[in-house]
Design a protein around this ligand. Structure first.
Ligand code: PMP
Length: 396
């Protein structure tokens, strides 16, 4: 009989020649457990998803309650479905005034697609400005605004009229013009290895967009919901986007994304032609029920407020001469090492010793540190000890 691993390799599509091949049976809190009961601490939250850790009881309850009522009823935007309505109401209540209309999608990439389309429709313009080293997803539109040639070159032709600019370069802002429909930027760049814009730069970018009438799209698919120590990352910069992109932690472990804008901007989807963006499963009722419960937990348990102290603890326990830098904000950190080869060896040792981490798509010499926000002080200290020991083992 074939093992699960063999079946996985035979029948499940593979996207690399070297999948991790870890097999987990269950997950709870910050831990995932394999078939032998070995615990692995999750330092990457399933790539920015599990902000509440795994198997939060309130989220599970909300899912179970919704499953008993109904699952899919109709394509997005026709029926008044309680979980979608209540979730949008809650989201809008915690956002700046202009972010009042929530379009739920299936994924982050679909939120990117929807937002780019909306910006074109609202402005009547065709050009887009995006950033070098950015990551916005893997569909054609999202690839078109990805700032990494290696990952997108095989898929051309992509969207025309996309200009790339560099983070924190004020001169480049002149490339945002009256022809620009929108600028899309990760509020904090994730896959670039956690790169932060300067506050003055973000404010100048906001001003430039407003001046030329281009919509500012902030991709917080990775950075929102407390990950950086604020509920939304744009709060670090004292700016507000025209369109906000959410996914990952939005669903509390279930798949849902969203793009959020003013009602006036969103209304462009209603005419010429109608149905400006269509999705069958976007805002699935079970995912929205989970997302609402997750947001309530995040707020009730004051998890965001705890992030800065946890960041400090992490940084303090990761002292080693081989660490060149620890970039980032809150629990969205990149630990920079000399090379990919060294990083990979350290990561493999960490995993063997029960600590899950990885590297970044556009920055292979940095290790991702993005644990669930619920991680305790003791868990941080223990995980840091494993990481530091692995660094020592491969650099001594
Ligand atoms: N934007 C950012 C900043 C992301 O990190 C990701 C996913 N890593 C996406 C968009 C795409 O999201 P998804 O994988 O859900 O399509």
């Amino acid at each position: 009989m074939l093992t699960l691993r063999q079946l996985f390799l035979n029948n499940n599509a593979q996207t690399t020649h070297f999948p991790l091949l870890l097999e987990f049976e269950r997950a709870e809190g910050v831990y995932m457990y394999d078939a032998q009961g070995k615990a692995y601490i999750d330092l990457i939250s399933g790539i920015g998803v599990s902000n509440l850790g795994h198997s939060n009881p309130r989220v599970i309850n909300a899912i179970k309650e919704q499953v008993d009522k109904y699952m899919h009823l109709m394509v997005y935007g026709e029926y008044v479905q309680t979980p979608q309505v209540r979730f949008a109401e809650k989201l809008v209540s915690i956002m700046p005034k202009n972010l009042e209309s929530v379009y739920f999608t299936n994924s982050g990439s679909e939120a990117v697609e929807g937002a780019l389309k909306l910006a074109k429709r609202h402005t009547g313009r065709q050009q887009v400005v995006a950033f070098h080293n950015s990551y916005h997803g893997s569909t054609h539109g999202a690839l078109s605004v990805m700032g990494n040639e290696e990952f997108k070159q095989a898929y051309r032709p992509l969207l025309p009229g996309v200009n790339f600019i560099s983070l924190n370069n004020h001169d480049d802002l002149q490339l945002i013009t009256e022809q620009t429909a929108c600028v899309i930027i990760e509020t904090i760049q994730g896959e670039a290895g956690i790169r932060l814009p300067d506050v003055a730069y973000m404010q100048a970018l906001r001003e430039r967009c407003t001046y030329v009438g281009a919509l500012l799209i902030l991709d917080e698919i990775q950075a929102a919901f407390g990950r950086t120590g604020k509920l939304f990352a744009f709060q670090h910069f004292d700016i507000v986007p025209d369109i906000l992109l959410l996914a990952k932690a939005l669903g509390g472990g279930m798949p849902v994304g969203a793009f959020v804008s003013s009602a006036a901007v969103m209304s462009a989807f209603k005419e010429n032609p109608i149905l400006g963006h269509i999705t069958t499963f976007g805002g699935h009722p079970v995912c929205c029920a989970a997302g609402l419960a997750a947001l309530e937990v995040l707020i009730d348990e004051k998890l965001v407020e705890q992030v800065p102290a946890k960041e400090t603890l992490l940084r303090n326990h990761l002292a080693h001469p081989a660490i060149k830098n620890i970039r980032g904000k809150g629990l969205m950190l990149a630990l920079e090492l000399e090379s990919f080869e060294l990083n990979k060896k350290i990561i493999d040792t960490c995993i063997a010793n029960g600590v899950i981490t990885d590297w970044f798509l556009h920055c292979s010499n940095a290790m991702r540190l993005a644990p669930p926000l619920i991680i305790s002080e003791t868990e941080i200290i223990n995980a840091c000890a494993v990481v530091t020991a692995a660094i020592e083992e491969h650099t001594a």
